[in-house]
Design a protein around this ligand. Structure first.
Ligand code: TLP
Length: 346
């Protein structure tokens, strides 16, 4: 039975073009800066995001950690959304490794943080307080329905940060989804960012890797931070080769994932026992609620799994579906039929 896997866009397999590029990649020792394919990927992504330089790292988590380690000293405080991936899903790595203190503020349903809330959270110079150094934003915002965040808001936070002498890091694991959803170039969304991370191994379907971008000076220190967390890779060009294909060939097609997610949301909204507002779905991530109290989301997910459909459960009473490169419109039809049948049978 072929599984229709909507658990995440991280489950994607490399494309045939990626596998060919990986097999033929020219490689060298990247810790010596001698891997031509890694260098090409770093230059390509830096240029695409209009930043001076970029660094290839193993994962989105490593990209966010390395960035925080560069921007913050031990005991510094970062302001971040209470629904952010960095706060929720990265094991508090910045605290564990960097002694960095998190100050969470409310994420609005659209993934933004109210500017006034950011302002209020910025510490004054007082011997009792940690020192605020960094604001973290996420675009698209995973836990806020994959919401894309607009350039005006990003620039407004940038202006605020500058006026207080703070830095901004953008967790742009799905920055290209945000750009495609708003029909803008990705670099327009990160003008105000001192650093930005993007992931190759989510919607873009590469097997491994993320990049951190920023000034040449920032990247020089980030390279040291990557080494201390064990992220110095050697002939990493075999991985970077897939990344080059991801950046050059896989961005424009993200609109198909967004269209499929919208179709899925509209269909789910029609099914008894489920609740979702299709207008909330703007990229490839959607959350829908189980409104029946006689069954649990776990029961529904398990039953769907036995019928070949994989979803993730999410608190409270929600399920998450993420469309991706392997999901077709036919799959969406199939999912809608199976979900309706399963809910009738439970
Ligand atoms: N997100 C994964 C899970 O960790 C939840 C997913 O399936 O969505 N930033 C954002 C916004 C992310 O969504 C993720 C991964 C990361 C960072 C971390 O990336 P990796 O998994 O490469 O460390």
């Amino acid at each position: 039975m072929r599984m229709i896997d909507l658990r995440s866009d991280t489950i994607t397999q490399p494309t045939p073009a990626m596998r060919r590029a990986m097999a033929n990649a020219e490689v060298g020792d990247d810790v010596f800066g001698e891997d031509p394919t890694v260098n090409l990927l770093e230059e390509t992504v830096a240029e695409r995001l209009n930043k001076e330089a970029a660094l290839f790292v193993a994962s989105g988590t490593m990209a966010n950690l390395v960035s925080q380690l560069v921007h913050c000293a031990r005991g510094d405080e970062v302001i971040l959304g209470d629904q952010s991936h960095i706060f929720f899903y990265e094991q508090g790595g910045a605290s564990v490794v960097g002694g960095i203190h998190p100050r969470t503020v409310t994420n609005q349903p659209d993934g933004k943080i109210d500017l006034q809330d950011i302002k209020t959270a910025i510490r004054t110079d007082d011997i009792h307080f940690p020192k605020t150094s960094l604001i973290l934003l996420e675009n698209t915002h995973n836990r806020c329905n994959g919401c894309p965040i607009d350039a005006d808001y990003m620039n407004a936070v940038g202006k605020l940060a500058k006026s207080y002498g703070l830095k901004i890091h953008v967790d742009g694991a799905r920055l290209f989804n945000a750009a495609i959803a708003q029909d803008v170039e990705a670099h327009n969304l990160v003008k105000a960012a001192d650093s930005v991370s993007i992931c190759l191994s989510k919607g873009l379907a590469a097997p491994v890797g993320s990049l951190v971008c920023g000034t040449r000076e920032f990247i020089k220190t980030a390279r040291r931070a990557r080494k201390i967390v064990g992220g110095g890779m050697r002939q990493a060009g075999v991985l970077a080769a897939a990344g080059v294909v991801a950046i050059n060939e896989m961005v424009a097609r993200l609109k198909d994932d967004h269209g499929n997610a919208k179709t899925l949301a509209k269909g789910l909204a029609e099914i008894d026992g489920l609740s979702i507002d299709p207008d909330d779905v703007k990229t490839n991530i959607l959350f829908f609620e189980l409104t029946r109290s006689d069954i649990t989301t776990q029961m529904l997910a398990e039953k769907l799994n036995s019928k070949g459909i994989r979803l993730l459960t999410s608190e409270p009473n929600k399920l998450r579906a993420v469309t991706n490169y392997h999901i077709t419109l036919n799959d969406i039809d199939m999912v809608l039929n199976v979900v309706a049948d399963v809910l009738k049978s439970l």
